[in-house]
Design a binder for this molecule. Structure first.
Ligand code: ATR
Length: 283
């Protein structure tokens, strides 16, 4: 194991969020730096809403190479960057900042991270497939956009607040067939979908007995995918498995959004297995 020690040449990275105490990103990225023998470090910063602008100025002043941005800053941070890539613009949120010699560039690795984890971990290729997204918040936005860009034949969006589902469907429609609906209308599309992606906080610790929708119609031809990763196996996944559906846990999205960020910052292939191991150890 390479000895990890900071010195004047250490390249700094971090994550800005509120709350931030439980973030697993420092553990994941520091392990990645260490296994590749890079003189770099990553720390978590508790940035309150009114302090985001100053914190971003600090990235330049302190010459951080990269920063992740998490709840509640993913939208506001866009106002303080020099450039925003096409995907992050379309999604309307930034989760990764790269500092190119003082120019701050915003990316969004949540959606592409999700699609890569779906491919690598569940062996699910998106092209030509029909997808039902549950939820229409920030996470659902990134996932919907990435699935559409990867060639999904249809992206249906169901949400408690139907107006938000309709709005997201409209944003996705330039890229593929898309429709928004309430949960009661899932029955109209359930026979055609290949993949269900759960993108709300329902079932997340401590409410582990909650499940968002009726799963009695799930079947062997379906893949059911989570973005919740605490707990690692949600009630939705357990019920899906009992119906013979293939399942895909939420941890993968977290690991691979980090892997893409790591690759933007370092130009090196992310050591995904080591990153996953570090996060699992921290649970
Ligand atoms: P994130 O950025 O993590 O996606 P968000 O933008 O606040 O967070 O979105 C949360 C999502 O979870 C929304 O789809 C929300 O539904 P509404 O748009 O109707 O609020 C959904 N959600 C949260 N709690 C829920 C609950 N108890 N029942 C159903 N949906 C819920």
């Amino acid at each position: 194991m390479v000895q990890w020690q900071m010195d004047t040449g250490t390249v700094m990275h971090g994550v800005f969020g509120d709350p931030i105490k439980h973030s697993k990103s420092p553990i994941m990225h520091n392990r990645a730096f260490r296994v590749l023998g890079l003189n770099a470090a990553y720390a978590a910063f508790h940035i309150l809403p009114g302090q985001l602008k100053d914190a971003v100025a600090g990235i330049r002043a302190m010459q951080f190479r990269g920063v992740n941005v998490t709840i509640p800053h993913k939208l506001e941070v866009m106002d303080y960057l020099d450039e925003i890539d096409e995907g992050a613009k379309a999604i309307g949120a930034v989760n990764t900042i790269v500092n190119e010699d003082g120019r701050l560039i915003g990316h969004n690795t949540d959606g592409i991270g999700y699609v890569r984890s779906l491919k690598e971990e569940a062996g699910f290729g998106v092209a030509g497939k029909k997808v039902l997204i549950l939820g229409a918040g920030g996470a659902a936005r990134g996932v919907s956009y990435a699935l559409a860009k990867e060639g999904a034949a249809a992206v249906y969006i169901a949400n408690r607040t139907v107006s938000k589902a309709l709005e997201l469907a409209e944003a996705v429609r330039p890229f593929t067939k898309s429709d928004g609906m309430g949960y009661e209308s899932i029955q109209d599309v359930r026979d055609e979908v290949d993949l269900i992606v759960h993108n709300t906080s329902v079932g997340m610790h401590p409410n582990v007995d909650d499940v968002l929708i009726d799963t009695s119609w799930f079947h062997e031809g379906l893949t059911v995918s989570e973005t919740v990763y605490n707990p690692l196996v949600t009630r939705l996944l357990r019920e899906a498995e009992a119906k013979g559906a293939k399942t895909h846990g939420g941890l993968g999205m977290f690991i691979y959004q980090g892997a893409y960020a790591f690759e933007y910052w370092t130009g090196r292939e992310a050591p995904v297995a080591a990153m996953r191991e570090a996060v699992l150890e921290a649970f």
